[in-house]
Design a protein around this ligand. Structure first.
Ligand code: MG
Length: 149
């Protein structure tokens, strides 16, 4: 077994889509980014590369490369999965920190959608949501811990 951890942060700005796990959440603010800014998927990709000691999201998909402009992070995730070799995902546990909007109504949809992209069962994917207690209302962060068999 191998373990990996990932963490990501994006600034929020008006007029950008708020994309989490490939699902667009109704919100007046979204992630600023070169890609779609899917902070949850970015944390999972870093956990995945961390578990196999193979660099990080920036070394595989540099934001200086125009190929990744506005790309869906789910596309990057599917490419990252091809690096796993003989390993399979045992489970992933994630936490998103965001003040507004409240994510609870969307968590099940995100889990279902993201588990399908990861080719795992939703029972292998935990997604938790917290607020920053309004200490960081202009950013969204996500962390992920992943175990490979
Ligand atoms: Mg990111």
């Amino acid at each position: 077994m191998r373990i990996g951890s990932g963490w990501d942060l994006h600034r929020l700005s008006p007029g950008r889509a708020l994309v989490l796990g490939g699902v667009t959440i109704p919100s007046p603010f979204g992630e600023e980014a070169h890609s779609d800014g899917d902070v949850l998927v970015h944390a999972i990709i870093d956990a995945l590369f961390g578990a196999i000691c193979d660099g990080d999201i920036g070394s595989h998909y540099p934001d200086s490369d125009p190929r990744y402009q506005d790309i869906s992070s789910i596309t990057l995730l599917k490419d990252a999965l091809t690096h796993l070799g003989e390993h399979t995902i045992s489970n992933i546990d994630c936490t998103i920190v965001l003040d507004e909007p409240k994510l609870r109504p969307y968590i099940d949809t995100i889990r279902t959608h993201l588990a399908e992209a990861l080719q795992i069962d939703p029972d292998q994917l935990s997604i938790k949501a917290k607020t920053s207690e309004r200490t960081a209302p202009a950013v969204i962060t996500a962390q992920a811990v992943l175990l490979l068999d």
